[in-house]
Design a protein. Sequence first.
Length: 183
Amino acid sequence: MNKNIYIIRHCEAEGQSSDSSLTERGFTQANVLSDLLSDGKVKVDRVISSPYLRAVQTIKPFVESKNIELEMDSRLTERILSSTFFPDWMDKLEATFNDMDLKYEGGESSNEAMNRIVEVVNDIMASDSENTIIVAHGGVISLLLNHYDKNFGFEQWKGLSNPDVYQLSIFQNNFDIKRLWND
């Protein structure tokens, strides 16, 4: 069975904490995103979101307009780089793309974060759903895309927008990744 997974990075948010809300611009983006997803080309079977507020607010206009249940999955939460603040966090993050097992105090390695979001995709693959939306965060999304395309790395993570939408199509053992969002 062909599966389409629409991978959505949340809209513009006020911060990085789990309870950070969307900005005013982010709420506008969420409505534009809902319109894009409602264009009639795709019938969405399931919507699974990170429980973080900014992810839920991103997809809320769509699920409410389509009367679709919003499932929460903590495996879609953002990756924790470290429990320590790094002034050079961007360099530290880049290093985790070069060494997927590199792990800082209180954080997850790239492989650990990748494995949990890939588990969500594997669960979707085992389900009856043909078209599923997952709403998550830039870090884990970039690792998911890297799992399928090793060329998707640190520079591509830096190029993600808020929001961003990728379509992962999987058929038998083949897959295709397409970016659907245009800033």
